[in-house]
Write a protein that binds this ligand. Structure first.
Ligand SMILES: [Zn+2]
Length: 147
């Protein structure tokens, strides 16, 4: 059993019960076109097993997912002449791990969005308080022997 759920859009797609533009796959992961692209070639890379959060994947699944993401990114960069391939994973909209791969050129929509996010990251008062606590945060992380 792969943990598939009948009400998960990605599990339905992986099971072949919904159409998808499949681009590449390996034993544990599948790469498809995003049906709501932010740029030509915008792809998603999914584990074939239903796992809501990427950090709950097995070590083998992580290797599979990022290996496929890298291969797809190399093809996307070549085919769409992008400067680089943006990568992010969130998983709030569809709770099945998926990595976004977006061919990006300087000044396009994705580049402007992340530039704005990075600029925002440096400004709000609530974030400055966190920035001023970096030593404590680092100590908290280092003190946890289970990580
Ligand atoms: Zn799923």
């Amino acid at each position: 059993m792969n943990g598939r759920t009948d009400d998960c859009a990605f599990c339905t797609l992986i099971a072949g019960k919904a159409p998808a533009y499949k681009i590449m796959e390996n034993e544990l992961s599948l790469g498809i076109l995003d049906i709501n692209p932010l740029a030509p070639g915008h792809c998603l890379v999914l584990p074939k097993r239903h796992v809501p959060w990427w950090h709950d994947l097995s070590e083998e699944e992580v290797k599979s997912l990022f290996s496929l993401a890298r291969l797809m990114a190399q093809r996307l960069k070549q085919k769409f002449k992008s400067d680089f391939i943006s990568l992010y994973a969130r998983g709030r909209r569809i709770p099945h791990t998926h990595i976004f791969l977006i061919p990006t050129v300087s000044g396009d929509l994705t580049d402007r969005f992340f530039n704005a996010l990075e600029k925002f990251q440096e400004s709000p008062e609530e974030l400055i308080k966190i920035k001023n606590s970096l030593e404590l945060i680092a100590a908290t992380l280092l003190d946890n022997p289970s990580i």
